[in-house]
Write a protein that binds this ligand. Structure first.
Ligand code: SAM
Length: 278
């Protein structure tokens, strides 16, 4: 193993999800910097790893950074872990990664579990473009403002949520996005009570508020982006489209008018076909 900082993803519940390489790096590192040493000890004991461990989070004092710096300066290997999943994703490590890079040492990723990606992968919602929002503000007003700012966002939205706030957050999402917007509750992923439920926001909000068990454990909420509203094709655009279709193949004509008008090519093409059939 080369000298440097290894950013190691760990399990989000099921230790079986630890990669072979992650285990080897934790075993062979000179020092493990952990968000919470007691929490990480459970994982280390499970894999019989006895590497020295120290606490590190983004508000750690300079002594913690100095210990890591010393280890790297002596040619050592430091592994960074958080309580679960990928460090830096709503977890500590940002300050450390920048500091280590700026000090001229190498930083290596050890990819693995991440609750946001695990939830997205089974959400059944579009995955081509998504926006990771992390945790919403805890206060009602700030949360409402944040959600209002996201209401017109077309990308799939991913939120982390605390169990005691999931009920209130779902109600706030119904208010901001409308009860019909599709969403997914992904709870306790990879664990015994894993629950993945997709439905309109109003149904999910009711499901959670009526069952206290759904307000326990670890939760990711995923909300579909705002659906595209199909604009009407006005008479002027229709006339231009038909005139162009006399000179060009229908698909080309639709593409040119789509570029010019901002309307969807498929909608324009289907409009042409419908006119032909009249
Ligand atoms: N770094 C972690 C990652 O890569 O997913 C996230 C850390 S963040 C402090 C913790 C939040 O992640 C939880 O409050 C929950 O929203 C989400 N989370 C973590 N484990 C989860 C699981 N097994 N199922 C569902 N959500 C989970």
């Amino acid at each position: 193993m080369d000298s440097g900082l290894y950013v190691v993803a760990t399990a989000i519940g099921n230790f079986g999800d630890m990669s072979q390489r992650a285990i080897e790096v934790l075993q062979n590192a000179d020092l493990i910097a952990a968000e919470d040493t007691r929490h990480s000890q459970r994982l280390l004991q499970f894999f019989a790893i006895d590497t020295p461990i120290m606490a590190y989070h983004d508000h750690s004092d300079d002594r913690a950074l100095q210990r890591i710096d010393r280890c790297l300066a002596e040619g050592g290997r430091v592994a960074l872990v958080s309580d679960a999943g990928t460090p830096l994703i709503s977890d500590p490590g940002y300050r450390l990664v920048r500091h280590v890079q700026d000090s001229g040492f190498a930083v290596y990723p050890l990819p693995g579990p991440c609750a946001a990606i695990a939830a997205l992968s089974v959400s059944g919602l579009p995955t081509d473009r998504f926006l990771f929002e992390g945790f919403l503000p805890a206060r009602e007003g700030a949360r409402g403002n944040r959600l209002a700012a996201l209401a017109a966002e077309p990308m799939t939205l991913i939120f982390y949520e605390a169990p005691h706030r999931v009920d209130a957050s779902l109600q706030a999402m119904v208010a901001a996005f409308g009860g019909d917007r599709e969403a997914v509750l992904a709870r306790e992923l990879t664990k015994t009570f894993e629950t993945i439920k997709r439905g309109p926001l109003s149904e999910l909000a009711q499901f959670v508020s009526e069952d206290n068990n759904q307000q326990k454990g670890e939760i990711v909420l995923i909300v579909a982006g705002q659906p595209k509203v199909e604009q009407d094709i006005d008479a002027q655009v229709s006339a231009l489209l038909q005139r162009l279709a006399q000179e060009l193949p229908a698909k080309k004509a639709a593409a040119v008018v789509a570029d010019w008008s901002g309307l969807r090519k498929k909608q324009l093409y289907e409009h042409l076909l419908a006119l032909k059939q009249e």
